[in-house]
Design a protein around this ligand. Structure first.
Ligand SMILES: *Cc1c(COP(=O)(O)O)cnc(C)c1O
Length: 357
C-alpha cells in the first residue's frame, strides 16, 4: 500500500470531514521493531519485546501525528498563524506543517535548553523562533494567554486535535500485533502522549479492533517528576530536555490512564536514562533521543526489581521511542567515549584493530 499519512489512513476515527484540507507530510506508519537483542541484554527474554520507533516520522518525532491534524483543523477554520511553546520537537513539527500549509508559525522555547537539531528545524522551516528567559512551563503559560487574546491557534497538546492525531500510534500497534500489547512503556513530559495512546487503545477496543487493554507504564525523569511526587516542580532539571516539564498540561488525564489501566507513573534517573539510551543504540542499532529512552529505562528498572508480571505464554511489551537520536547529537557525544586517534600508519591501525580486549 502506498503511504497515506495518518488522516487518510484513520479517517473514520478522526474528527475530519470532506471539507477538511489534509495537511500531511506522510507521517505515521513507523516501524514496530522486534527487540530480541535488547531483551537478551536486559533480561527480558520471558517477554515479547517491541520498539515503536517514532523517530522515523517526517520531522523525527511522534509530534507529527498530532500536528498533521491540528494544522489541518486550524486551516479548515481559517487560521493564518499557529503558536506553541516547546522543548523542541513540537516547534520542529509545527514549523514544518505550517510551511506545508503556507501559514505562519511562532514558537516559544526555553532559552538554552533546546537540542540543536530541533532548533535548526524550526528555523529552517521559517518559524518565528522566540527564546524565553524561563522554562517550558513559563513559555506554555505565555502562549495559552496569547491564544486567548490574539487571532493565533494554539497547537500544544492542550489542543484536542493534537491528542486525536497522536492516538493513531495505538491503532498502528494493534493493527500490526493483531491485539493490544500487555504493557506499554513510554516517557511522560507534558503527558499528552500517554493520554493519546490510552484514548486510542480504548477507542479501538470499543470499535472491536482489540479485546485487551495494555497497562500504561509512564516514566518521568527524576528531576522533573511532578506526577510522581504529586506536586508541580518549580525548576525541573534533566538531560532529557523533551521531558523537562514541571507542571504537565495533561496531568489529570495521565493519572486516569495509569489508574484505569492498572499501570504506573514512576521516575527514572538521568543515569538510568543514559544507560538505556546507549544500550538501545549498541544492541539494536536504534538511535533515539534521551527522553525516548526513559520508557526503556523504566522497563529495565522494573525487570531488575522483579516488579513485572510474567506468564508462561510470553506477555507483550511495546516501548515507545518518541524521537530520533540525531536531534541531539551533542548529548550523544558527551555521553560516550571519544574516537581513537592514530598516526596515518598501518602499524598504528593494526594496533587499534587488533588490540587485545
Ligand atoms: C514531546 C516529547 C515527549 C513527551 O511527550 P508528552 O506528550 O509531552 O508527555 C517525549 N519524548 C520526546 C522525544 C518528545 O518530543
Amino acid at each position: 500500500m502506498p503511504r497515506q499519512g495518518i488522516i487518510e489512513r484513520y479517517r473514520a476515527y478522526l474528527p475530519v470531514t470532506e471539507n477538511t484540507p489534509v495537511i500531511s507530510l506522510m507521517e505515521g506508519d513507523t516501524p514496530l521493531l522486534p527487540a530480541k537483542n535488547l531483551a537478551k541484554k536486559i533480561g527480558a527474554e520471558a517477554y515479547e519485546l517491541y520498539l515503536k520507533f517514532e523517530g522515523m516520522n517526517p520531522t523525527g518525532s511522534f509530534k507529527d501525528r498530532g500536528m498533521t491534524l491540528a494544522v489541518s483543523k486550524a486551516v479548515e477554520k481559517g487560521a493564518k498563524t499557529i503558536i506553541c511553546a516547546s522543548t523542541g520537537n513540537t516547534s520542529a513539527s509545527a514549523a514544518a506543517y505550517a510551511a506545508q500549509a503556507g501559514i505562519r508559525c511562532a514558537v516559544l522555547i526555553p532559552s538554552g535548553n533546546i537540542a540543536l537539531g530541533k532548533l535548526s528545524q524550526a528555523l529552517m522551516h521559517g518559524a518565528t523562533v522566540i527564546s524565553v528567559n524561563g522554562n517550558f512551563d513559563d513559555a506554555l503559560t505565555l502562549v495559552k494567554e496569547a491564544a486567548e487574546k490574539f487571532p493565533v491557534t494554539l497547537v500544544n497538546s492542550l489542543n484536542p486535535d493534537r491528542i486525536e492525531g497522536q492516538k493513531t500510534g495505538a491503532f498502528e500497534i494493534v493493527d500490526e500485533l493483531g491485539e493490544a500489547p500487555d504493557f506499554q512503556f513510554m516517557p511522560v513530559g507534558n503527558a499528552g502522549n500517554i493520554t493519546a495512546y490510552w484514548k486510542g487503545y480504548k477507542e479501538y477496543c470499543d470499535r472491536g479492533k482489540c479485546i485487551n487493554l495494555p497497562k500504561m507504564m509512564g516514566f518521568q525523569a527524576a528531576g522533573a517528576a511532578p506526577i510522581v511526587s504529586g506536586k508541580p516542580v518549580e525548576n525541573p532539571e534533566t538531560i532529557a530536555t523533551a521531558i523537562r516539564i514541571g507542571n504537565p498540561a495533561s496531568w489529570k488525564q495521565a493519572e486516569a490512564a495509569k489508574t484505569e489501566s492498572a499501570g504506573v507513573i514512576d521516575s527514572v534517573t538521568d543515569n538510568e536514562i543514559l544507560d538505556a539510551y546507549k544500550i538501545l543504540a549498541a544492541t539494536e542499532g536504534v538511535f533515539c533521543e534521551p527522553a525516548s529512552a526513559a520508557g526503556v529505562a523504566g522497563l529495565i528498572k522494573y525487570l531488575k526489581a522483579g516488579k513485572l508480571e510474567k506468564r508462561i505464554a510470553k506477555l507483550r511489551i511495546v516501548c515507545i521511542l518518541t524521537g530520533h537520536g540525531l536531534k541531539d547529537p551533542e548529548c550523544a557525544i558527551r555521553s560516550i567515549e571519544k574516537p581513537v586517534s592514530i598516526a596515518p600508519s598501518m602499524d598504528a591501525l593494526k594496533s587499534v584493530l587488533f588490540a587485545s580486549a
